[in-house]
Design a protein around this ligand. Structure first.
Ligand SMILES: [Zn+2]
Length: 447
């Protein structure tokens, strides 16, 4: 009898409960949020129509590639996960980090990325077709399947690998990443205001989304897998007449330039001298001593953050004496909308046809842990910011809630009015009926 009941109970469970939740996290580098509004991108729009969209994602300062990709997968601000720039120097160990010298776990071990946590908790594995840090032994482990970073490997090959791994592995791949260098590369080369070239590259990116969805459908993964498509940062237009030349303010031998622009990291020989010179260098650049960096940047508590940082205004480029290196750049203040990426998601874990104005990059991590049933590492994110995106969460939409409150108030007011009217009418009936009764009572007497 007990066996029969258990079988019946299992039999009526929806299939989504029976299978393990799976998630594919995709990043198109440098996909500025408003590209979605300014360009026709039919494959992405199709993806969003059946899923959710967060129009603007507030990313982490500095708005650079390595730091923000690590914030997405750890839920931490840069000061807490330790990847504080694309170019870093650690004074204590005299180690250097760059995009081309990034495989020393020393730089990554201050945090635990989700692909490692996923493999630590239960009989599951992770896979990665490139994502900063996935080819590094972080806390002694890489994703079970991964590709060594190589920008010349095509999107098609990356997608093919991911799909093969999602299909064939035992134990199952439950978390996977896929990374593509565009539209960042073209944004740097042409600048975001070059609509002809940006339109071309965005069509290509949109076609890659179409290709990915087609491959997921033909391999029967589409219905069961959750897919997040997002990015690390946006892009701002730069110009030759918006250069800040450090050589015109201070001699080069007074400091070491660890990271260049638009947030320059300065290791000074004489801190106060260098700071004073830099502070008065340009009205389009702010100089901060490390302890003065505004709290809102969450960019202070890490020894890899240098004693002085310089922050250029939007569209300005810091150089020593060079010409303009790029027509587009990012790294600027994370409150600038030009720095924000978007987030779209589709799959059984997500609502359908829902749009949300904003969330933070650090909120993506607790949302992904929730979907995968993982206990998250300590993080700076807030799951409730992503509640409305998730199918299994009760979500209060503010305008909707105001509507409901007004509706309930109107119904209650109408009911109260009706009760008052009824009450007022009843006493006027009583004397009449009493009179009648009295009349009736009187009748026999008279009679
Ligand atoms: Zn870039």
């Amino acid at each position: 009898m007990y066996f029969l009941l258990v079988s019946l109970f299992i039999g009526i469970l929806p299939s989504a409960y029976a299978s393990v939740p799976r998630l594919l996290l995709v990043s198109f580098d440098g996909f500025r949020a408003d590209y979605l509004k300014e360009y026709k991108l039919p494959h992405l729009q199709d993806f969003i129509k059946d899923g959710v969209l967060v129009e603007y994602v507030t990313n982490a300062f500095i708005t650079k590639t390595f730091p923000n990709h690590y914030s997405i997968v750890t839920g931490l601000y840069e000061e807490s996960h330790g990847i504080v720039a694309n170019e870093m120097y650690d004074a204590a160990t005299k180690k250097s980090f760059s995009q081309f010298n990034d495989t020393d776990p020393f730089w990554w071990n201050e945090a635990v990325p989700i692909w490692v946590t996923n493999q630590w908790q239960g009989n599951k594995i992770s896979a990665s077709a490139m994502w900063p840090g996935t080819d590094v032994k972080i806390h002694n482990s890489t994703p079970h399947f991964f590709m060594k970073y190589n920008s010349s490997v095509s999107f098609n090959e990356r997608a093919e690998n991911i799909i093969a791994w999602l299909n064939n592995s035992k134990p199952p791949v439950t978390f996977a990443t896929l990374y593509w260098e565009e539209p960042d590369a073209s944004g740097h080369k042409y600048g975001p205001e070059d609509t002809t070239n940006m339109s071309k590259v965005l069509q290509e990116v949109d076609n890659l989304v179409g290709l990915l969805v087609k491959k997921l459908k033909s391999s029967k993964l589409w219905e069961e897998i959750n897919v997040i498509i997002t990015s690390d940062h946006g892009m701002a237009q730069c110009a030759q007449d918006r250069l800040i030349k450090l050589d015109s303010c201070i001699e080069r031998d007074r400091y070491m330039l660890i990271d260049k622009t638009p947030v320059a990291a300065i290791l000074p020989h004489d801190e106060m001298y260098v700071y004073t010179m830099m502070k008065n260098c340009s009205p389009h650049m702010k100089a901060y001593l490390k302890e003065e960096i505004p709290d809102r940047y969450h960019y202070n508590h890490n020894q890899r953050i240098q004693p002085i940082i310089l922050v250029a205004d939007e569209g300005w480029t810091i150089v020593q004496n060079e010409t303009l290196p790029r027509l587009g750049d990012h790294g600027y203040d994370d409150t600038l909308s030009s720095m924000h990426p978007f987030l779209a998601a589709h799959g059984p874990a997500f609502r359908k046809g829902y749009k949300q104005k904003t969330m933070c990059t650090v909120d993506i991590y607790p949302m992904m842990c929730h979907i995968l049933g993982l206990t998250p590492q300590p993080n700076n994110g807030t799951l409730s910011h992503a509640k409305c995106l998730l199918a299994d969460q009760w979500c209060i939409d503010v305008p909707e809630a105001i509507g409901i409150v007004i509706g309930v108030f109107m119904v209650l007011t109408t009911l109260t009015c009706l009760i008052i009217i009824m009450k007022n009418r009843t006493p006027s009936l009583r004397p009449f009926s009493r009179l009648q009764l009295q009349d009736d009572d009187d009748d026999p007497l008279i009679g």
